[in-house]
Ligand binder design. Structure first.
Ligand code: CMP
Length: 140
C-alpha cells in the first residue's frame, strides 16, 4: 500500500465542544500524521463550493448553512493508505450506524452534525486539499 494524503475537516459541532485535540489524538494513535492544519470560519459561499458535488441533494442547503455556522479545522492527514484508513477511523456517515470506537460513533450527534469529514477517494483528496491549502502550507 502507498503513502497517501487525505483531507479532513473537524466540523462546527466538534470545535464547539472543544474536541479538536481528542479527534486529533485518534488520527495520531492510528498512525496518521497531521501535516497541515488550520482553523477557519467558512463563508456560506465557500461551504457551497466545497460541497458542490451534493448540490442536487435535499440536505445541501442545510449542510452548507451548518458548515458555515461556526469554526472548522481543516487538515491534511498523511500515512499508509490514508484515505481508506481515515474513513475507517471516522466510521459511517450516520453516527447511529458507525462502529463503536470510531470518531463519529463517539463524538457525532446526527448525520449532519457528524463531527468530521474525510475525502472519499485519492482523486477527491487532491481536489479537497487544494481547496484549503497551498503547497507551502503542507509540511511532511
Ligand atoms: P461529509 O463526509 O461531510 O459529506 C457530506 C455530508 O453531508 C456528510 O458528511 C453528512 O454530514 C451530510 N449528509 C449526508 N447525508 C445526509 C442526510 N441524509 N441528511 C443530512 N446530511 C447528510
Amino acid at each position: 500500500m502507498a503513502i497517501q494524503r487525505t483531507l479532513s475537516i473537524i466540523k462546527p459541532d466538534a470545535t464547539e465542544r472543544n474536541l479538536t485535540g481528542s479527534i486529533n489524538a485518534r488520527f495520531e494513535q492510528a498512525g496518521l500524521r497531521i501535516i497541515a492544519q488550520k482553523r477557519l470560519h467558512l463563508t456560506r459561499a465557500q461551504a457551497e463550493k466545497f460541497y458542490e458535488v451534493h448540490k442536487d441533494k435535499a440536505f445541501y442547503d442545510s449542510l452548507c448553512e451548518y458548515m458555515s455556522s461556526g469554526p472548522v479545522v481543516a487538515q491534511v492527514l498523511c500515512g499508509e493508505d490514508a484515505v481508506a484508513q481515515n474513513r475507517k477511523i471516522m466510521g459511517a456517515t450516520n453516527p447511529a450506524n458507525a462502529e463503536i470506537g470510531t470518531i463519529r460513533r463517539d463524538f457525532g450527534q446526527s448525520i449532519e452534525h457528524n463531527a468530521v469529514h474525510g475525502s472519499d477517494s485519492p482523486e477527491n483528496a487532491q481536489i479537497e486539499i487544494s481547496f484549503f491549502f497551498s503547497q507551502l502550507e503542507i509540511v511532511e
